[in-house]
Design a protein around this ligand. Sequence first.
Ligand code: CU
Length: 463
Amino acid sequence: MTPNLTRRGFCTAMAGASAALALPVSASSPMPLTARTAKAQIAPPQYAMTDVWSYDGKIPGSILRLPQGGRMTRRLVNELPVPTSIHWHGIRIDNAMDGVAGLTQDAVPSGEIFDYDFTTPDAGTYWYHAHTNSMEQVARGLAGPLIVEEQDPPDVDRDEVILFDDWLLNPETAQFAEPFNHPMMLSHAGHIGNLLGANGTFDPVLPARRHERLRLRLINAANARIFDLRLHGLSGWTVALDGMPLESPEPVDGAITLAPAQRVDLIVDVIADTGEEAGLLHLANDDSWQVLVRMPVTGKAAAHTRAAPVALPPNPRMEVPGLDAAQRLEMTMEGGAMRGIISASYQGRDMGGRELMQNGQFWALAGQVGMTETPFARLNMGETVRLKLINNTVFAHAMHLHGMHFRQVRANGSLGPMRDTILSLPNQPLEIAFVADNPGKWLLHCHMLAHAASGMNTWIEVA
Ligand SMILES: [Cu+2]
């Protein structure tokens, strides 16, 4: 292919995309979700606006809402200068719609489109984000909330989405610090921002009334930051994790840990007095609790707080039966600063740590660095699998399985809550179990996106 042809193809396609946007959306073409450049006032007002990559010009992308069992149809229109794709995180989705470039679809070239069309079997809090060079694309802003509503939603005064993020900005210019694939980030804790916030701003404010009951849908869209959160002037319960309802609401007592990509649904009552400020605090680097989301309290919603909430209605397919007879798999994580890799296979060849580093690779899963021709495991449709995750690194990893949720098998044999992303800590092996009930090729990776980009990325196949 000659450069000329490439450029002509690009220009024609861009013209086509713009024309499509100018026309009213016909009944047959899905509503566009346009990935494009934009400017956003993420930093305080004395700073410049930040050049971002966005969905429809918004940081984060608009809240997409649909009913449980509903059908989501969206046309990704790629007006970015680079290829992209969208992953619908946590949706037990049709494999062809999972959005993983190189595994479930080709990346959508600049100027082209891709129609996503899937149903949402589970109610809960999910999110969508880029899954092509995600380390950079998510950091630049390509993420938004995806909310699937229960047929019988809980009795609350308001339902609020809080999408946490952190941004690594050059303090002089308020533009993203580059490069995104700096070896220090790849080999350490990941791409950690120097400005924290939520819903696209460093100073998110959510006005509230005394004794108001809110459902808070917390989403961690940060590349690598683990948020430790605490309620202030609020009392509440955790009612769902990673979209999936808990069997019974659990009172929030102490910190809520939200690893990258995880979600927590809370039902909270405002107990601060009128004129005070409630909110969400986070544990800062110096071990102090600092305000992250401010909730100024004005007026009164009710004379008293209400009785404890009831559990959310369960989603389908939440059981993990047959643990005793389950196939057992093991995955050791290795690499990163302070430990390194002795030898691992990268692109079909054994390499030592130094050679891997020269290839920008720092991590291995089960002796493999990054994606392989054959999957980590082939699973039979419907079988139950137990997977032991052994973290031999000195860093935490947020391990995410696409297409299926899992439960932790605790030391005493009991099962933990159902989730799609679990935080693995150094030298604390943990075991997860799931039913391989969704056919296709599913990514299994660290959601510290710099780690995924430098080795912690593999896949399983269910057939
Ligand atoms: Cu990791």
